[in-house]
Design a binder for this molecule. Structure first.
Ligand code: SAM
Length: 331
């Protein structure tokens, strides 16, 4: 190898990237991060608490050190701050369920070369199927993904001091925005529009947060359900725009504009890419997930959102970081 030749280990690590998903998903399945958080610190202790083999526990801990989610100090393992914040069960922004879900998804990657060749899903897509049962597994697992955006929204929209506001969450899923915003503002009320089985999950999760009496649900397809006129102070459309094409997003934004009271705000949270498609890293990669799962979805640029929202009648469009997502606020 000459001095100019790059070393292969970076590419080698990327080619083996599925092991990141594997080790994190397996560790989450066996609650390793939660046991470490509660004081376990050796393979023997993890094996006993998780009821797994000691050989398996040691291999998981080695892998977790490799991906820098666990650190080894004086012979004892501990969660890094990131693992502690995002992979311990029961914490508000926990992604432990998401890690388990993603491990189940890895098999579908075998189709990716053919999906790229044809330009879409091999079997008709998932996001276009009405009332698709796949949401029932996904929605509770992704609740933690939207916590940073929902938290950022409390600040950006002044939710806590907004008084008796009414919120519409289209495709609200787990009801995570309602849980966080209704807790922040005891006078606020929220309505979620989603499929009936998903709304049942949301009602349970929002009630667990103690704010269920101010949360109601509407069952149906948001493409065809009337949002009303001048009824809401805030509307939310989070992690939906990426499954829709431009025409559909403009159409929904137009009806949401009409549903808002004068001065009301639409919040769109999604994986948004820079206008030249050079960054951010996660939204760029997420475009492949939409290629695999949707006929016309994708990760859209800031310029797309601005254009669509202006066409829908909004006048003021601002972008707020909620990594790895971006929150777009339109008034
Ligand atoms: C990716 S999840 C996002 C959930 C939530 N907004 C969040 O950010 O955590 C998409 C949600 O949209 C709902 N959904 C998708 N297509 C829909 C449609 N046509 N009508 C109603 N709900 C739909 C799904 O059931 C699911 O709850």
């Amino acid at each position: 190898m000459t001095n100019n030749q790059p070393a292969p280990d970076g590419v080698m690590r990327l080619i083996n990237g599925y092991w990141n998903t594997g080790v994190i998903g397996a560790a989450a399945t066996h609650r390793v991060f939660t046991h470490l958080e509660n004081g376990a610190g050796t393979a023997e202790e993890i094996a006993a608490l998780a009821e797994i083999s000691e050989r398996g526990a040691q291999s998981l801990l080695d892998g977790l050190v490799s991906v820098e989610l666990v650190a080894l100090e004086d012979g004892r393992y501990r969660n890094t701050p990131a693992a502690s914040a995002f992979l311990v069960e029961g914490k508000p922004a926990s992604l432990a369920g998401f890690a388990k879900l993603k491990l189940q998804h890895t098999g579908s990657l075998i189709d990716l070369p053919e999906v790229v060749r044809t330009g879409g899903p091999l079997t008709g897509g998932e996001t276009e199927v009405a009332d698709n049962p796949h949401w029932e597994g996904i929605v509770p697992a992704i609740a933690g993904v939207s916590v940073p955006a929902a938290d950022a929204g409390v600040e950006a929209l002044g939710i806590a001091d907004a008084g008796e506001i009414t919120i519409l969450d289209v495709g609200g899923g787990s009801g995570i925005y309602s849980s966080i915003w209704l807790k922040a503002n005891p006078a606020a009320r929220a309505v979620q529009l989603d499929w009936e089985p998903i709304n049942a999950i949301a009602r349970r999760l929002v009630a667990e947060q103690g704010v269920g009496e101010r949360f109601t649900t509407l069952n149906g397809d948001f493409h065809t359900t009337d949002f009303g006129t001048g009824e809401y102070d805030i509307a939310v459309y989070s992690h939906i725009a990426h499954q829709e094409n431009a025409e559909s997003n403009i159409e929904v934004f137009t009806r949401l504009r009409k549903a808002l009271k004068p001065g009301g705000a639409l919040v769109v949270a999604d994986y948004v890419v820079d206008d030249d498609r050079s960054a951010p890293a996660f939204p760029l990669l997420f475009a492949l997930e939409m290629l695999l799962k949707s006929k016309e979805g994708g990760t859209w640029r800031r310029a797309d959102y601005r254009d669509w929202l202006i066409k829908a009648g909004f006048e003021d469009v601002t972008f707020h970081d909620a990594p790895p997502a971006t929150m777009v606020i339109a008034r």
